[in-house]
Design a protein around this ligand. Structure first.
Ligand SMILES: Nc1nc2c(ncn2[C@@H]2O[C@H](COP(=O)(O)OP(=O)(O)OP(=O)(O)O)[C@@H](O)[C@H]2O)c(=O)[nH]1
Ligand SMILES: [Mg+2]
Ligand SMILES: [Zn+2]
Length: 343
């Protein structure tokens, strides 16, 4: 049962025989406004939202997380460390980080052969997937509706020749079979992308579950109608777990330094040869990046996008670390007050 849910040695190692004796590992299979659904040996329960008492904004249980559950009290006690985490900067002001899914093996970055297809957005998704240490696969849907579907696949492949790209008709259960290699037993795959690209349609075709809601997109701009509103895990017959997510309007990045270095490794390698180590690749003399553009070896637009993402990452991560410092200071203050009141 546990193995089928994606249980691994990585999690076993976090258990302590003395402390956790009566607790049961459970996996979060749905996240709603009102709470979580958890599944484990002998447990199939709805519980309130859970945040690990160790604190921190990222210690809030999200879909795919493993919790230690106390059957006697019917509540979660501890959040286990994650093997991977897909997160973004929360839209709107105030909230800093939004957790999308935890403990995932593969990220299906879903886009369509229409106006949704956007190279800059794909680079963002790729960066976050790389940072999360999950395997990215670009799934391009609506191949049946496009005149030249292959052209979309070729554009995506140009991002990285090693990238896995699948062109499908998501409404065809036979056609989505090519996605099976990533959906092995015990594996967890999260589906991300804009509204209307066919995330739920793919899951419907893969699982054969007919009660998953999908909805036609707007004709004028190919935008979806935000049909899926909560995150949910669906199980394939073979035991793989598929995470459906609501379509994302914007994808702001935070904490993705490593991810950026991996997705843009060609540019990072070049930049190592700039004369100045803090080169902004604008007008500096002996800039290896500018020289490569001049020689026609790299695409100037791609360099532009890269610089924009680096600036965004620095801005967002800076405000996040300030906030974390403030949270820590506040925690210390509370502790000090408690100490004083004890005296
Ligand atoms: N012809 C065709 N239609 C598709 C394909 N993929 C999705 N659709 C249609 O596109 C519409 C939107 O699909 P959904 O699965 O609801 O999209 P979603 O990504 O889940 O959207 P949100 O839940 O709003 O984020 C539906 O009418 C689907 O039938 C495809 O490959 N071919
Ligand atoms: Mg959906
Ligand atoms: Zn430079």
């Amino acid at each position: 049962m546990l193995k089928g849910l994606g249980w691994r040695p990585f999690f076993v190692r976090q258990l302590s025989l003395d402390e956790d004796g009566d607790l049961v590992p459970v996996r979060v299979t749905a996240v709603h406004r009102s709470g979580l659904h958890v599944l484990g040996p002998g447990v199939d329960a709805a519980i309130p939202p859970f945040a690990d008492p160790s604190g921190g904004r990222e210690q809030v249980a999200t879909i795919g997380d493993w919790l230690l559950y106390d059957p006697a009290s019917g509540s979660a006690m501890r959040l286990l460390d994650r093997q991977s985490l897909f997160k973004r900067r929360a839209p709107g002001s105030g909230r800093e980080v939004q957790l999308i899914a935890a403990n995932i093996d593969t990220v299906f970055i879903v886009t369509s052969c229409n106006q949704d297809f956007n190279i800059a957005r794909l680079e963002r998704y790729l960066t976050i997937a790389r940072e999360a240490q999950a395997m990215p696969v670009i799934v391009i849907t609506k191949a049946d509706l496009a005149e030249d579907a292959e052209a979309y696949a070729e554009q995506a492949q140009a991002l990285d020749s090693n990238l896995c790209i699948e062109l499908v008709n998501a409404t065809e259960p036979g056609a989505v079979k090519r996605l099976h290699p990533w959906c092995a037993p015990g594996q967890t795959v999260v589906f991300v992308g804009s509204s209307g690209v066919g995330k739920s349609t793919l899951i419907k075709s893969l699982t054969g579950q007919q009660d998953i809601a999908t909805q036609e997109i707007r004709e004028d701009d190919a935008k979806g109608r935000h049909t899926t509103s909560s995150r949910e895990l669906y199980q394939l017959e073979n035991g793989a777990w598929l995470v459906d997510t609501p379509g994302m309007r914007e994808l702001q990045m935070v904490d993705v330094k490593d991810g950026l270095a991996l997705v843009f490794s060609d540019l990072a390698d070049l930049a190592a040869h700039c004369r100045f180590s803090d080169c902004r690749h604008e007008t500096e003399p002996r800039c290896a990046v500018l020289a490569a553009i001049e020689r026609g070896e790299v695409d100037a637009d791609r360099v532009q996008r890269w610089k924009k993402l680096i600036a965004e990452e620095e801005r967002n991560s800076e405000s996040l670390s300030e906030r974390r410092a403030r949270d820590r200071a506040f925690g210390n203050m509370i502790k000090a007050v408690k100490r004083d009141s004890k005296k």
